[in-house]
Design a protein around this ligand. Structure first.
Ligand SMILES: [Zn+2]
Length: 154
């Protein structure tokens, strides 16, 4: 019991998402051993994902080495996923730690993986002359979940 209480916090969006069934409501795309992949509810671009440890800790320093290692593995899988599904040409991968760094959710560390395209100065991106229109979150979720399952079957 103490273990569960230590790792789950009420009022934390990432802890609450873990307690819900996976789908367009909680936006969890994949659950690993130590961390999960979730779609950002307020994306910079379509396909903006986050890697979050199950453990409720404010900083990477509070995690165990295997938790950090899996976060990096999942980040790598996300890059392959977004390259394939969205033809991403680059990525911004980052972690904001602490209020001074502009973290949105300070108490539960999370890694952002944002796909980028050449010339994508705003939400609408140009890909080889074709317009890529913003999708609804639900469409992005369904699309990425299908693709994830195909690329990384259990
Ligand atoms: Zn939390």
């Amino acid at each position: 019991m103490a273990y569960i209480q230590k790792h789950k916090e009420e009022g934390c969006v990432f802890c609450e998402a873990q307690g819900m069934p996976d789908g367009p409501d909680n936006l969890i795309l994949y659950r690993g051993q130590q961390a999960f992949v979730i779609l950002n509810r307020y994306p910079y671009t379509s396909g903006h994902l986050m890697v979050v440890p199950y453990t409720h800790e404010a900083s990477l320093e509070g995690l165990q080495p295997d938790e950090r290692a899996e976060m990096m593995e999942l980040t790598t899988q996300i890059m392959s996923l977004l390259s394939k599904e969205y033809n991403a040409q680059g990525f911004n991968i980052g972690v904001n730690i602490g209020e001074a760094a502009g973290a949105g959710i300070i108490e539960h560390v999370h890694l952002h993986a944002v796909p980028r395209w050449t010339g994508d100065t705003n939400f609408m991106s140009t890909l080889g002359g074709t317009r890529v229109l913003p999708e609804t979150l639900e469409d992005t979720f369904q699309r990425l979940q299908k693709s994830w399952r195909k690329m990384y079957p259990k």
